[in-house]
Design a binder for this molecule. Structure first.
Ligand SMILES: NC(=O)c1ccc[n+]([C@@H]2O[C@H](COP(=O)([O-])OP(=O)(O)OC[C@H]3O[C@@H](n4cnc5c(N)ncnc54)[C@H](OP(=O)(O)O)[C@@H]3O)[C@@H](O)[C@H]2O)c1
Length: 227
């Protein structure tokens, strides 16, 4: 697929690098031509892409794309959508953003976060009304997506994702599988806010040194009695 990556930071590198490696065509669009070019060069040098990754403006990357990954801070979205919401029409738009903000009520020295807004993906969809928005890849750190470990305790790492467009959901599922991940369709875009809340809650546990995974039993034990 033709994938336009908006942003040239950690998530752009992690997901873009993986997709380029398995043969997708990528164009990196960033506000700085230099950082778009640097990331394209890094992926070309490291991911052995079948198609050379290009660098462009944000507008050019969206125009090129069937799928757009929004890999920018939430604070950048208002301006981005003001400038490009029409251009995003018909694209599958993957929103991997997290509206994390420091939790001012956390004790001194503790690092905890809260959400700066409750439903980013819904905001994107309400602004870019003809885009096919899917929330995905926001739960885990870029380093995990970029890494090679995919199976933990015998379970393949999953990507829950939410969206309203069936075709877009299938495309995102395929893109997850391309990264050797297990796609978990998790309902309509109105549920994306739960993914956003899960991210901030889980990361808070991890920052406190608590293994979030221990709080969630396997499916066979989820209701105490096997079906
Ligand atoms: N990193 C993670 O582990 C992780 C995990 C899950 C979700 N996320 C989410 O993914 C998104 C991207 O995170 P990241 O870690 O990749 O961030 P990052 O490494 O800081 O990169 C952010 C990118 O967005 C660009 N950007 C910043 N402000 C912009 C603006 N106003 N207009 C256009 N572009 C702008 C930056 O450009 P400049 O270089 O010019 O500043 C940079 O290319 C965030 O919403 C984050 O919450 C991150």
């Amino acid at each position: 697929m033709r994938i336009g990556i908006i942003g040239a930071g950690s998530m752009a590198a992690a997901l873009g690098g993986g997709w380029a490696h398995v043969g997708h065509e990528l164009l990196i669009g960033a506000r700085s031509a230099r950082s778009a070019r640097d990331l394209a060069d890094t992926i070309n040098a490291g991911s052995e892409p079948r198609h050379r990754v290009g660098a462009a403006t944000i507008a050019e990357a969206i125009d090129f794309a069937e799928v757009v990954l929004l890999a920018v801070p939430v604070a950048a979205l208002t301006e981005l959508l003001d400038d490009h919401s029409e251009r995003l029409a018909d694209r599958v738009v993957i929103d991997c953003t997290n509206a994390f903000q420091p939790d001012e009520s956390a004790p001194d020295g503790a690092t905890a976060f809260v959400l700066g807004e409750p439903a980013v993906a819904e905001r994107i969809a309400s602004r870019a009304t003809r885009a096919r928005v899917v929330k995905a890849f926001n739960l885990l750190a870029a380093e995990v997506w970029a890494g090679e470990d995919r199976v933990f305790d015998g379970v393949r790492l999953a990507v829950p994702f939410c969206g309203d467009d069936e075709t877009a959901m299938r495309i995102v599922a395929d893109l997850a599988e391309d990264l050797a991940l297990q796609p978990f369709p998790a309902g309509g875009l109105h549920r994306a806010r739960y993914l956003e809340a899960t991210a901030v809650f889980t990361v808070g546990l991890w920052f406190d040194g608590l293994d979030a995974r221990a709080a969630i039993p396997p499916l066979t034990a989820a209701f105490a009695v096997a079906d």
